[in-house]
Design a protein around this ligand. Sequence first.
Ligand code: ZN
Length: 414
Amino acid sequence: MSSQKILIFFIIATIFEFIMVLILNLLNLNQVKKNTVIPDRYKDKLTEDTFSKSRKYTIAKLKFTFLYEGYDLLLLLGFIFINGFCYLENLVLRITNIETVQAVLFCFTLSFAKEILDLPFSLYQTFVMEEKYGFNKMTIGLYFLDLFKKIVLTVIFGAPILMFLFWVIRAAGSLWWLYGFIGVSVFQIMILVIYPTWIAPLFNKFIPMEKGELKDAIFKIAQDVNFKISEIFVMDGSKRSSHSNAYFTGLGKNRRIVLFDTLINQLSKDELVSVLAHEMGHNKLKHIQKMLILSLLLMLIFFYGLSLLLFYPNLYQAFGLSGQNIFPALVIFSLIISPLSFFISPLLNILSRKHEYEADHFASKASNTGKYLQSALLKLNEKNLSNLTPHPLYSFFYYSHPTLEERLNALEKY
Ligand code: ZN
């Protein structure tokens, strides 16, 4: 295919993806605007005020998405048309002739530039939108400190991976994608293992839960479902936002149950136990491992696809590059498959929602906590001002969790 055709094809696919996003968001926006009264089943559980607030919050978030997506598209197309990739390639070539370093410079310059260009939007999101609805607890100082830490971590972990990959491409011959995959997988699993003890504490404090009724109740349910825990950690989520959560992290011996302090303040003891029974369900049913295997499989396909196109000059020339260097490969390949990955993401969400149902089922079976889980879900929905009436197509596409209604219905059946 000529480079011109590749570019036209890419632009059509990208605009098509943009239109799809627009349609999904519009459908959802209309749905929220249309539903001005609380659905019957929530009438005695939610106040009129909460409902109207959650509608406004949802509408604000959707409008923000329209703006951001449009900006993002213009930025990308604008960069291609001013021949940005070509300038960057030449700049990198002038700095060094070591290919592994060239790859790092090319990728990181682009991703840092994007980070800076996105800054007005992310600042607005945190300090205007989230602030307005009372969620933001972050200071400007903390925001930039977080950003700085993230950039440093990206360099520390990202640069060696990139350099390894471009080294393998040259050193391993036609099967590089397989060796590359094995190397990067090992690296990724290593990061997962060290995440709870080395990375997460850079951003938050994790304090072992105080002795007391709640801790006893959690250990009791863990025993009931035959789940080994040594410690439960409370995280100072309230430092950044009043949104609440509980999660499991890490692999093997390093795995941890983490509860946000905000969650502890929002739920009763029985509700918290039911949420943790749900989290234990994820672990018992090996959901983390299944998702990990799936993401590794996708990475293998990505590398294989990359290996097919790696030495195809037209692909690079389509984006204004010379076609004589392969160091821009990762960026270019990610760009051309991004419309494709947009359509793969709902498949991953289907699987994730299936896991949520299974974990809910597990929790309700485990100790008859179904009723508490229901009230916990309702409260969380209320505190986080989640949309009560998403459009079915929107939730199908974007939701990693079933909607509140779907989960309550399922819990009633169990
Ligand atoms: Zn879950």
